[in-house]
Structure formats: C-alpha cells, structure tokens
Design a binder for this molecule. Structure first.
Ligand code: DUC
Ligand code: ZN
Ligand code: ZN
Length: 502
C-alpha cells in the first residue's frame, strides 16, 4: 500500500506561515508530511515552477440565497415574493475551484416577521448539493426576543458562529437598538458579528432627492452613498460593539475614511477587523457610467454593488490600509445577478427603472485570487506571504476555521491552489465558470493564475477543467474559539451582557 494518497512535488509552498521549497504528503484528505523530498505516493502532482498556496477561503459569498426583497434600496421584489439567487451551490463550487478557492462562508437569510430556524433546513439542503466546503453566517434582520433567546442558541449548537447584520437595505436594516441586542446575544453565545456599514436614513434621503431631480441612471447609485455614509455607520457599528465589548468584522470597506475608523478603534485595543473586496481595488464609480449599447445603455448596472466602488485615488488609499494591516481580509462579496435574467436580474424592471430598484451585488468568486495576486503581488504592492494571509489564513482564523483551513500545515485539510505566478490571462466571463451572464472584470489583464485546485486531497480543477462530484462539499461546523473572545473591558466595570462561563 502506498504511504501517501497524493504527493505534491517540487513546488514553492507559501504556507500562510512563510514560504519554503518543499513537497507535501497527503493522506485521508489531510496534510501529513512536509519535507524537502517525499518519495512514493499513490498519485503525484508536479508543482515544479509553481507556487503552492492554501486553497482560498472566501468568507463573504452570497450563494443561492432565497430572498424576499433582495439587495436594493427600494426593497426589490414585493416582500411576499420569494426569489432565489441564480448561482447555485453547484455552479458556485465550479467557479470557486476554477479560481483556486476551496471554502466559502455564505448567508442563511432571515425575513422580517419570521424566525431564523424556518430557513435553516432549506438552506442546508441547498448547500449540501455543492462541492466546495462551506459554513454559514446567520443573517439577523428581525431581532425579536424569540429569535435572540430561543433560536440563536440552536443555530450556535449547529456550529454557526457568526451573525450578520445590515445597517442599511430595505427590509434588512436594523435600528441601533436592534443592533445592540444582536451584539449582546453574540457575546452571550461566543459568536462573531459581521456588519454591513452604511447609514440607512442618509441613503434614503439622498436617493429621494436624486430621483426627484431626475437623476436615476446607474451611476447615481454612487452619489446616493458617498464615503461619509459608510464612515458614519462604521463609526457607529464599532462604538456600539465597543460598548458591549463584542468583537465585530466590518464587511466590504470601500474607502480610507471608513478604514480609519477601524484603525482608530484597533489602536484603542478594540477587537474589530476590516474586510475589503477586489471591487474596491479594481473598479470605480465611473464604471457605473458605462452606457454601451450592449444592455440598452444600462451597462453601468453591472458594476453596482454596495458600498459603491469609488475612485482610482481611493483604491490607492485602500491598498495602503491593506499594507498597514488595518484591512486584513479580502473576500469577494460574490453576489451575482445576471444582466438578462427576468425576475431577479439587474434589468428585471427594464432599463427605465431607477438605480434604487437595481439589485446590488457583483460576481467575483473566481476572480478574487487572480485579481488580488496580480494587482497585489505581481505589481509589488504586497508580498506573497501577505497575499496568502489576506485570502486564506486570516479569514480562516477570524471565522474559527483554523487550523483546519487557511494554511499549509501538518494536520490541516489538504486544500491547495497550484499557482503559475507568470501566467498572463485576460479575464472573460467564460473563465469565471459561474452561472452569471457577465463578469465586471471582463477584459482585465492579470498576471498569475491557478493551474490546479485540490480540495481535501482530491484534484478538483486542472488547467481550468473542474471535476468534482455534486454533494461532496462538507459543512464546516465551528466551535467556540479564543480569537474572538471579548476583551473584558466594559464601562464602569459593569458587564451588562456576561459572556458564557463568566
Ligand atoms: N452588497 C452587495 O453589493 N451585494 C450584496 C450585499 C451587499 O452588502
Ligand atoms: Zn453587505
Ligand atoms: Zn455581502
């Protein structure tokens, strides 16, 4: 019998803990040996001339989400109507593997007026059909006593350790009072809280004024939510989390003003982490002003996400915040709506609708690693080691998936991306292998591309061809973990929400 199921030989391994030349021995889906030279192996993968990276861990993906209202400022479809995102766990898995990602964390929805448990079984069944390993954030959009006191503990018992809240979007947004209650609940049950930070009232006020002035085109999406709207909500989200002493992650930071709020809080010792996404490094608000004939002059909708992409100058400032470590995770916020899909597409209301009715979100699961590698490592903005930490090691650690995910280490799952750092590729929608009919990164030239993806020891992508059995993705149950433990710093020494075991 062979000593290893698979040996990856000859590569330069960027492990998340440094870079070294070594072979990798894999048994039973796990890494069992790292050595200068490993002989044998029932199967081998030649990584000569390639980098070997931990499989990407994308902790912010909207996949196959059933929705009542969608991600629009107007509330999208009538709230009684249920629509499901076009990207299924099957198609998203293909896209993930094509781009070198092996684990995702997605969102179980909650609809106002309902509990959270009714959606759980349905979403679990959807996710179980995919091939990528997965965990969940639980969205809280209706913070009732029953949800927080009876249902959240049941979700936590299932291994779901992060609650997601929106400070904007109709009908998802929470008031400050509701947000505080979620923070308290998270602290009691040792969960992380992830937050979409934009000011709901400010966006609505500006949107009304823009529409009244006849400024309805996609580009005015950016005008409805300038950086100050994000900065204010980021400040508030952190201040309330600091008051409760509950760790949070601020999602999709698009601008330096918001990142500075995070940096200031981190300096005070507050446990707050910041995530950004490739769209804030590779797109700008000007993309929403694209008016080619391709989509009836409506092409700008393809680039619409929230917060809005900003300017080239702002991209530079976000890079600086990455370099300083203020922003320590880069996720995709993959949230695809096809341009042509009736019902829940970007143009579902026709091209006459205002920006307020267009669903917010762009696909980016497969593009995330190539864009960050190319714009970051190939262009000399960040080191290879930093790239690995941003895309795998840090998100795994923050979400309680480490040491199983996010690093190349003995005992970790054998999730790998074999990477050609010199390969030049022009991004096309076909290369993304997702179910969405466009990519906002069409035509972007990147240097660095995945040539093989290994998930738990199985080669699931080789030269762009994905082969994996539906239903082989595993749920990643998360237990309590120290990384997100509260600091124990509360005003007046009075703890209004004692954590478990205290
Ligand atoms: N932002 C998006 O652009 N889409 C989905 C949700 C979000 O916050
Ligand atoms: Zn968001
Ligand atoms: Zn999102």
């Amino acid at each position: 019998m062979a000593d290893y199921d698979l040996v990856v030989r000859g590569g330069t391994v960027a492990s998340g803990l440094g870079t070294m030349r070594c072979d990798i021995g894999i048994n039973g889906g796990r890494i069992v040996a790292l050595a200068e030279s490993i002989k044998g192996g029932a199967a081998t993968l030649d990584a000569g001339g390639l980098l070997v990276l931990p499989g990407g861990v994308d902790t912010h993906c909207h996949i196959e989400e059933p929705s009542r209202g969608g991600y629009t400022s107007a509330g999208g479809a009538p709230v009684t109507e249920v629509t499901v995102q076009e990207e299924s766990f099957g198609s998203a898995s293909v896209s993930a593997f094509a781009g070198g990602t092996t684990s995702v964390v997605c969102f179980i929805p909650q609809w106002k007026g309902e509990g959270i448990l009714p959606r759980l079984a349905d979403y679990e069944a959807r996710a179980a059909k995919g091939m990528v390993d997965y965990s969940f954030h639980q969205v809280i959009s209706d913070a009732t006593e029953d949800v927080l006191e009876r249902e959240v503990p049941q979700i936590v018992a299932k291994g779901i350790r992060s609650l997601k809240v929106f400070l904007t979007y109709e009908p998802l947004h929470l008031s400050d009072e509701q947000y505080l209650k979620v923070l308290v609940t998270a602290r009691r049950h040792a969960c992380l809280v992830t937050v979409h930070c934009e000011n709901y009232a400010a966006i609505n006020w500006r949107t009304e004024a823009l529409l009244k002035a006849g400024l309805t085109a996609p580009k005015y999406h950016a005008w409805s939510r300038p950086p100050v709207v994000e900065r204010e909500a980021t400040h508030r989200a952190i201040a309330l989390a600091e008051l409760v002493d509950q760790p949070i992650q601020v999602f999709h930071v698009s601008c330096a003003e918001a990142a500075e709020e995070i940096a200031r809080a981190q300096y005070r010792g507050v446990k707050v982490w910041g995530e950004t996404c490739p769209q804030y490094l590779a797109l700008t608000a000007a993309d929403m002003d694209r008016t080619s004939d391709k989509n009836g002059g409506f092409e700008g909708a393809a680039y619409m996400c929230s917060p809005s992409p900003r300017t080239v100058e702002e991209q530079g400032r976000v890079w600086e915040m990455i370099r300083r470590g203020t922003l320590d995770v880069v996720s995709s916020d993959h949230c695809g709506f096809s341009m042509g899909r009736p019902g829940m597409g970007k143009q579902s209301g026709g091209t006459a609708v205002s920006f307020r009715d267009i669903p917010n979100g762009i696909p980016g699961l497969a593009a995330r690693l190539p864009i960050l590698f190319s714009e970051g490592v190939s262009k000399g903005r960040i080191s290879l080691d930093h790239f690995v930490r941003l895309t795998a090691t840090n998100p795994a650690r923050l979400m309680g998936l480490a040491p199983r995910k996010g690093a190349i280490a003995i005992g970790a799952d054998a999730d790998l991306a074999l990477w050609n750092p010199r390969k030049k590729v022009t991004i096309t929608n076909a290369l993304m292998q997702h179910a969405i009919d466009y990519t906002p990164y069409e035509g972007l030239e990147v240097t660095g591309w995945p040539v093989a993806t290994v998930r738990r020891g199985a080669v699931v992508m080789r030269d762009g061809v994905v082969q994996a059995e539906p239903g082989t993705g595993r749920f990643l149950a998360r237990g309590p973990y120290d990384f997100i433990a509260p600091r124990g710093v509360v005003a007046n020494g009075f703890d209004a929400a004692p954590p478990p075991g205290s």
